[in-house]
Structure formats: C-alpha cells, structure tokens
Ligand binder design. Structure first.
Ligand code: SAM
Length: 213
C-alpha cells in the first residue's frame, strides 16, 4: 500500500486538534498558541513523527512543531498523538518553502532536518532541505544562538550540504560521518524512523550541527 494514497487523510487532518490550520495566522504568535514562552523547535520533513514525538515527550520544557508536506504521512504523526497526546507538539501540513510565512524572525529556537529527500538530479538541488536556499529561509526564523541539526545516511547529500555552507551564513560546529560509532554524540540521540532502518542495514549515519558564522 502506498502511504501517500490513504484515502481520507485530508479529512482527518481537517478536524485534528493536533494539526495547526492556516498557520500563517500564528506567525509571531506561537507562544500564544502553545500558551507559554518555551523555545519552539521545528523539524522540517518530519515524516511519520517518531523523532519529534519522542523528543517532545522527553522535553516538556520545550515546544515542537513538525512540518510534513504529505497528508497520508502526517496522518501517522496524528495517530501517535491520539495514542499519546503531548501538549508541547503541534503538526503542520505544508510545503517547507513557505516556512518563513509561518514563523516570524527569531521565532524558532532551532531546526531539525532528518534524512531529507536527496533530490539526486542537479536541476532539483534547490529543493533539498539543506540547500543554501533553505538555509537562508532558516536564517530568517531561527533565533540568535539557534542551531540547525541534520542527520542522513546519504553521503552524497551530506557532502552537498557541507558545500552549501559556503553560500550561507551558517558554519558547522560539529561534523561526523559515523554518529553511531561516537559514544559521546549518541548521548541523548533520538532515532528517527529512517535512522533506525538505515543504521540496521549497516549504513553509517552522518550528522552536522550548524551555528551562524
Ligand atoms: N524525518 C523522517 C525520518 O528521518 O524518519 C522522514 C524522512 S523522509 C525521507 C522525508 C520526509 O520529508 C518525507 O515525509 C517528505 O514528505 C518530507 N518532505 C520532503 N520535502 C519536504 C518539503 N519541502 N516540505 C515538507 N515536507 C517535506
């Protein structure tokens, strides 16, 4: 079954209290929406929500927003909330290109990118979530001192992401090509769905953490 074709996912999203609708209205007002001024971390390309749901349950002192473009995938994150409701996690069905219309300047405490789609054709490079074009969008919304964390098993995408830093305001404060071999870095590491799958297949996991230059 192709997840992307589950019928009715749009209907579920339309009535789900966990999904923020017409999110542009909350630009600059996420503290109001969450009912507190805790830091708001955003995962771009959340998929089925395993990473963010786990992180949000481990860190009630933070708020989290998951962005996913496909309704049928977002449905899985909704189901996790139905099974284990968390007040500090909200979900958005949207195209990440629009991220700066949903969060105001400095409104995000940090960004997580996990196993982003590789878009292997050169002409699609701007669609890659760690591209310089996306890094500029994150710069618009991430607070001073905020970080971007990216994990992937795709070495070509990771090398591309590192090259893109030259065209951005971000620099790497940490780079590893084998996260799971580093005991210190694995402290507090929360596994994503794709991370579990690909590390079980023996693929090394690359990770960087970015700060502003
Ligand atoms: N982050 C999850 C993980 O590590 O298990 C899912 C990884 S999956 C390969 C990438 C997800 O990002 C997909 O669910 C895809 O729909 C979503 N995605 C890719 N590009 C996106 C975009 N421009 N806007 C919103 N979601 C996007």
């Amino acid at each position: 079954m192709r997840l992307r074709n589950i019928s009715g996912s749009r209907d579920v999203i339309a009535v789900s209290p966990y999904v923020v609708k017409e999110a542009q209205q909350y630009r600059g007002k996420w503290a109001e929406l969450f009912g507190n001024t805790n830091p708001v971390y955003v995962e771009v390309g959340m998929g089925k929500g395993q990473f963010l749901h786990t992180l949000a349950s481990l860190h009630p002192e933070n708020n989290y927003v998951g962005i996913e473009k496909y309704s049928s995938v977002l449905l899985r994150a909704i189901q996790k909330m139905e099974a284990d409701e968390l007040p500090n996690l909200k979900l958005l069905r949207m195209e990440a290109e629009e991220i700066a219309s949903v969060f105001g300047k400095g409104e995000a405490a940090g960004i997580y990118l996990n196993f982003s789609d590789p878009w292997p054709k050169d002409r699609h490079a701007k669609r890659r979530l760690p591209s310089a074009e996306f890094l500029a969008r994150y710069d618009e919304i991430v607070a001073a001192g905020g970080k971007i964390e990216f994990k992937t098993d795709n070495r070509a995408l990771f090398d591309f992401a590192l090259e893109e830093l030259e065209r951005s305001v971000w620099k790497a404060e940490l780079v590893t090509y084998d996260l799971h071999a580093d005991e210190a870095l694995m402290q507090g590491n929360v596994m994503t769905e794709y991370e579990e799958k690909f590390s079980a297949e023996g693929n090394p996991i690359c990770k960087y953490v970015l700060v502003r230059k």
